[in-house]
Design a binder for this molecule. Structure first.
Ligand SMILES: Cc1cc2nc3c(=O)[nH]c(=O)nc-3n(C[C@H](O)[C@H](O)[C@H](O)COP(=O)(O)O)c2cc1C
Length: 335
């Protein structure tokens, strides 16, 4: 039909540059079984009358169900529902197995925990190349405040609002200067402010910041040797880390196995202290993150994880199954 001779993969990539939300559209088959699939061709059409549209591939196993049932429901997915999206993007499997659904209009299965749901009735249906376009009249809807799941360039993505209202506009004299938008300033100040809120719990437990770093490393990865800690914490702990290990050993919070570079492990009281402070630190984290907007915490964490990966690729190695090579410079070793 088309006179154009597109490179199909390039055409797909170009279409994928249009960022969309992600929905799951459900209905019931003629024999009453729940049917559904992941769809990002959803869009609004009209406010009055309330109309929405989406397109379904003619190759979809769900097509007969949508052609026989005039009722269907669109579920706009929240950022934490990418697993559900993956499940409904699989072909023909029992996608509803183990899912807690409720019954909508005409018994259409409704999923829970979504940002918005539109219960619709097919108003028009058109052929559109290798897809069928459904236009539905919205008969009921509900919505929740949450962050949306986004699809862009063939991958799931995060969305966050620009210029949240609580961020003050920058003063004119700071524009273009080295200052409050400098990454080092933002990270450093956030780090010290964050740690300051945890420090009173450290003080109660008679632990220094460095003690806490060593204890939490050993909680996550028991059996680290001093060389592992050296390599993993190089530039962060160094000499202060050596002192922390010695002090923790003396106070019976950490013990050393046998051997030349013996593994360090927490004693019962060391584990107890570490878990108490880690619990308090998690509570502080929760309070701080709650002050961000919906969905901003996962975006922040995802970007910080990427930054850490770029700036300190060795950080991941500390938490890998295999111990780090004891490849740190001799001067930085803790033995
Ligand atoms: C993010 C995303 C968006 C999708 N959008 C659509 C769409 O708009 N229309 C469609 O027919 N398939 C779409 N799919 C593909 C279907 O979900 C997939 O082919 C599914 O296996 C169909 O299941 P079925 O054959 O059991 O009906 C999308 C998949 C993903 C991951």
């Amino acid at each position: 039909m088309s006179e154009t001779n597109f490179d199909a993969a390039e055409f797909r990539r170009a279409l994928g540059s249009f960022a969309t939300g992600v929905t799951i559209i459900t209905t019931r088959s003629a024999d009453g079984a729940p049917v559904g699939l992941t769809v990002n061709s959803f869009n609004s059409v009209s406010l009055n009358p309330p109309l929405v549209l989406w397109s379904l591939a003619t190759s979809s196993l769900s097509l007969p169900a949508f052609q026989s049932s005039p009722n269907w429901a669109v579920h706009v997915l929240a950022a934490d529902q990418h697993g559900l999206s993956g499940r409904f993007a699989k072909r023909g499997e029992d996608k509803f197995s183990g899912l807690d659904t409720e019954a909508g209009i005409d018994g259409v299965p409704l999923l829970r925990g979504c940002m918005a749901r539109f219960q619709c009735r097919t108003a028009f249906q058109y052929e559109g190349g290798d897809h069928v376009i459904f236009i539905g009249e919205v008969r009921a809807f509900d919505r929740n405040d949450a962050a949306p799941l986004v699809f862009h360039g063939g991958r799931y993505a995060h969305a966050t609002l620009r210029d949240p209202p609580e961020v003050q506009p920058r003063s004119a004299h700071l524009e273009g200067s080295f200052g409050d938008h400098f990454l080092g300033y933002q990270l450093g100040r956030s780090h010290f402010r964050f740690l300051a809120q945890i420090r009173r719990y450290l003080t109660d437990a008679h632990l220094s910041d460095e003690d806490f770093y060593v204890l939490s490393a050993l909680t996550l990865k028991p059996g680290l040797s001093t060389a592992d800690l050296d390599a993993g914490m190089a530039g962060i702990l160094d000499e202060s880390g050596h002192r922390a290990v010695e002090s923790l050993l003396q106070r019976g919070l950490v013990r050393r196995g046998a051997g030349s570079d013996a593994e360090l492990e927490l004693t019962d009281s060391g584990r107890d202290s570490a878990l108490r402070v880690i619990g308090a630190a998690k509570a502080v984290e929760e309070q701080v993150l709650q002050r961000l907007g919906p969905g901003e915490a996962p975006v922040l964490k995802s970007l910080l994880a990427r930054l850490l990966n770029v700036i300190d690729p060795a950080a991941n190695a500390l938490w890998q199954e295999k111990n780090l090579d004891a490849g740190a410079p001799a001067a930085a070793r803790m033995r």
